[in-house]
Design a protein around this ligand. Structure first.
Ligand code: COA
Length: 335
């Protein structure tokens, strides 16, 4: 136990703990951004083990069913904010999870455990911190989404013959339909929920993506008809960019190729064109989320140079099957 954490010259013990936690994370993966200190409020749990210290709290976020945020996860999210340090961080994490979620650590206890409720406990953690995986599994968490990253250095990538152009306002209806198909695909994988306002919210989002200076939408065309699209964001200081230390960083929000055109490098061509668009706007690197349950996504992104940075873990035992658990959510509750 470190006495300075209990009393002594440091007035805010969670600030010191967070500093050490961040130093540990930086050693594990220099691409992961440091976290802020935890609020020292009544919900804060501190566990002092023999060789490690951990602190954590749960922040709750509620979203209305017809909101944009509701598309990406449960309406009630218990977001775990945890800091660990010391020789045995897995033991410290284990203890703090037990306290936060309620012992004994079996699926079915604690936040997110009420059957049929549209809720989940969510924790985002560096993917390379494998020592902390076992406590999460023991406490009933499943890895749901991966935030993956690659640098954008080097020569322009070879683009296949597939023809790619920026989307036009006349593409909006087609884009909305394909974005809906992508969402429903992720719903069938149990990753995203289905919401009544899905189509309307997607139409609104894509309409603004076509005019917003921070977004871009690329369309791949074959025989005069669109066969795939990629929606991305240029670096602009968005929440997701602050999860990493690699700025300026772009973000790829969606990639979809119609089933009949798959396996013919349409996806690769869209990705290469997106990388070029990002390079042209000064991006040094690029991020995206993919579902760990999507068998098409992980091989594709690894093949084109991405590697995991942050994994979002979700604990949602007993929830209704059609209501998917939360995805790629940060400590501030945002997607
Ligand atoms: C993922 C998707 C965009 C790939 O598009 P595509 O045009 O078929 O991909 P490409 O032909 O350019 O292939 C690129 C890579 O994807 C992977 N891939 C393609 N088809 C695959 C298949 N049937 N099974 C597994 N991996 C496959 C391979 O790694 C391939 O690289 P390789 O050709 O060097 O082996 C497309 O399958 C799709 O729209 N899927 C549904 C939506 C989705 O999963 N989107 C991604 C969300 S992150």
């Amino acid at each position: 136990m470190n006495e300075r954490l209990l009393a002594g010259p440091v007035s805010d013990p969670t600030a010191l703990l967070t500093e050490r936690h961040n130093r540990r994370w930086a050693r594990i993966d220099s691409r992961v951004a440091p976290l802020p200190s935890l609020a020292d409020d009544t919900g804060l749990v501190i566990s002092h083990g023999k060789d490690a210290t951990a602190a954590g709290r749960i922040a709750e976020y509620r979203f209305g069913e017809n909101t944009y945020e509701a598309l990406w996860g449960p309406l009630l999210r218990h977001v775990l904010q945890v800091r660990v340090t010391g020789q045995d961080p897995a033991a410290a994490l284990d203890e703090v999870l037990a306290e936060l979620l309620g012992a004994p650590a079996t699926p079915g206890d604690g936040p997110g455990a009420e059957p049929g409720n549209d809720q989940a406990a969510v924790l985002t953690w560096p993917s390379l911190d494998t020592i902390c995986v076992a406590p999460l599994v023991r406490h009933g968490f499943a890895p749901l989404t991966s935030l993956v990253h690659r640098w954008l250095e080097g020569l322009p990538e070879a683009v296949s013959e597939a023809s790619v152009r920026f989307a036009l306002p006349s593409d909006l209806e087609w884009l909305t339909g394909q974005a809906e198909q992508l969402h429903l695909f992720e719903s069938r994988l149990g990753v995203l929920p289905r919401r009544p306002a899905l189509r309307a919210l997607l139409a609104e989002e894509l309409a603004s993506a076509l005019t917003d200076e921070h977004s871009f939408v690329l369309v791949s065309v074959a025989d005069g008809a669109p066969v795939g699209f990629l929606h991305g964001q240029f670096p602009h200081g968005a929440w997701i960019e602050r999860q990493v230390t690699t700025e300026p960083t772009g973000y790829l929000s969606r990639l979809f190729v119609v089933p009949e055109a798959r396996g013919r490098s349409v996806g690769r061509a869209l990705i290469a064109a997106a990388h070029e668009a990002l390079r042209a706007r000064g991006a040094r690197s690029v991020l995206l989320h993919h579902s760990l349950h999507n068998p098409l996504a992980a091989p594709l992104w690894a093949r084109v140079g991405y590697r995991p940075v942050l994994t979002t873990w979700t604990r949602r035992p007993g929830a209704a099957a059609e209501r998917g658990p939360g995805t790629h959510i940060g400590e501030d509750g945002k997607e």
